[in-house]
Design a protein around this ligand. Structure first.
Ligand code: AVJ
Length: 319
C-alpha cells in the first residue's frame, strides 16, 4: 500500500558532517562533551522508546495521562481549524491522543531521526486516512522554517516529552523565540515540561534498574565507532547520571574508569582515569520558572495542567 506521507529532507545529508564536527569539538574541549541530539539513530530511538516504558521513567506515562484528561480542553482552546506540528515526533504516540480529539486537516512531524520519522508518520497515515500527513527530517536545534508544502493558517505546535529540557535556559529561550517568529499571531504552543521534584525520584528515572538508560547513553559511543573512523570502545565507559540541584538539571555522563586514549577521525584524545564525557542535560522547571522563560520569548500562558502528584507539567502558550 502506498501511504501518502509528504516527506521533506531538511538536513539529512548534513548529519554525518555535524556528527563528525561536533564530536571532534566536544572531545577536544575541557570538560569533554557530546550533543544529546546524536542519541537518536535507529537503535537510540528504539532504546529511548524502551526507556519510556521503564517503571522509574515517569515522564512519558505521566504526560500521556495529562494529555488524555486535558484533550477536550486543549481542542477548545486551539479551536476547530488548528493543524498540528509536532517537534521531535519520535514514535508519535502521544500525538494520537490529540489527533483523535482534534481531527485536524493536516499533521506535520519534525524529527532528526529519518528512519524513525518515516515509519511512525506512515503508521499515522495508515491509521488516520482523513489526515494529510507531512514529515520533515530536520535538526530543529538549528534554524526553524516550515517546509514549503505545509501551510497552515492555524497551526498548533506540539513539543512533548520535556525535550525542551535538553536546551540550557538561554538556548530554550532562543528556541522559543524562533518558534514565536515562525508561528502566526494567535497560534498555540502545547509544550510538556518536566517539573522540579525530589532528587531521588529524578535520579531513579535516569538510572533505571534494567540499565536501559545506560545502554542509551553508551549507544552514542557505538554510533561514533560505526559512523566515524574511530577505535572508541563503549565497554570502556560507564553511565553516570545525577541531579545537579544548583543548575536544576539531570546530567548524564560517560565516565572512563581507567585512563585511555581514543582515536576519532585521525585525532587522538586522552581520558584520565575517572574523566567524564558530558552527554546530556535535562533541565527541570517549576510551573512559574517555565512561564517566566516562555514570557521572555514573547509567549503568553493560557493554560496549565499537571498530574495529581505534580510530576510533570503541560503548558498551553499563546503567541
Ligand atoms: C527526550 C530529552 C526528554 O531528558 O528525559 C531520557 C531524554 N535521557 N533518559 C529526558 C532522556 C535519558 C529525555 N528527553
Amino acid at each position: 500500500m502506498a501511504l501518502a506521507v509528504r516527506f521533506y529532507d531538511q538536513s539529512q545529508h548534513e548529519h554525518t558532517a555535524s556528527l563528525r564536527d561536533e564530536t571532534l569539538a566536544g572531545f577536544a574541549a575541557t570538560p569533554k562533551w557530546a550533543s544529546p541530539k546524536f542519541f537518536y539513530d535507529r537503535r537510540g530511538s528504539e532504546l529511548f522508546e524502551q526507556i519510556c516504558k521503564q517503571p522509574e521513567y515517569y515522564l512519558t506515562r505521566t504526560e500521556e495521562s495529562i494529555l488524555r484528561s486535558a484533550a477536550n480542553e486543549i481542542v477548545e482552546i486551539a479551536g476547530p481549524q488548528a493543524d498540528l506540528i509536532e517537534f521531535g515526533s519520535g514514535a508519535s504516540r502521544k500525538v494520537r491522543l490529540l489527533l483523535e480529539a482534534m481531527h485536524p486537516t493536516s499533521y506535520l512531524g519534525i524529527d532528526i531521526s529519518q528512519d524513525f520519522l518515516l515509519s511512525s508518520t506512515q503508521r499515522l497515515a495508515a491509521d488516520y486516512p482523513w489526515l494529510d500527513v507531512h514529515a520533515a527530517c530536520a535538526d530543529f536545534t538549528g534554524e526553524l522554517t516550515l517546509p514549503q508544502g505545509f501551510d497552515s493558517e492555524h497551526p498548533l505546535a506540539f513539543f512533548p516529552g520535556s525535550s525542551i529540557g535538553n536546551f540550557t535556559p538561554d538556548q530554550a529561550r532562543q528556541f522559543l523565540s524562533s518558534l514565536h517568529a515562525m508561528l502566526p499571531a494567535g497560534a498555540g504552543l502545547l509544550i510538556g515540561v518536566d517539573l522540579v521534584k525530589d532528587k531521588d525520584v529524578l535520579e531513579a528515572a535516569y538510572n533505571d534498574k534494567a540499565h536501559v538508560t545506560a545502554a542509551f547513553n553508551l549507544n552514542l559511543l557505538e554510533r561514533i565507532r560505526e559512523e566515524l573512523d574511530s577505535d572508541i570502545d563503549p565497554s570502556r565507559f560507564v553511565h553516570h547520571a545525577f541531579f545537579n540541584e544548583r543548575e536544576s538539571r539531570i546530567e548524564m555522563h560517560l565516565i572512563s574508569p581507567q585512563a585511555q586514549d581514543v582515536v576519532i577521525e585521525g585525532r587522538h584524545f586522552h581520558f584520565d582515569a575517572g574523566e567524564s564525557l558530558h552527554t546530556e542535560n535535562s533541565y527541570k522547571y517549576t510551573r512559574e520558572s517555565f512561564i517566566d522563560l516562555a514570557r521572555s520569548a514573547g509567549f503568553e500562558s493560557t493554560a496549565y495542567w499537571t498530574d495529581p502528584k505534580a510530576l510533570f507539567g503541560v503548558h498551553y502558550l499563546t503567541r
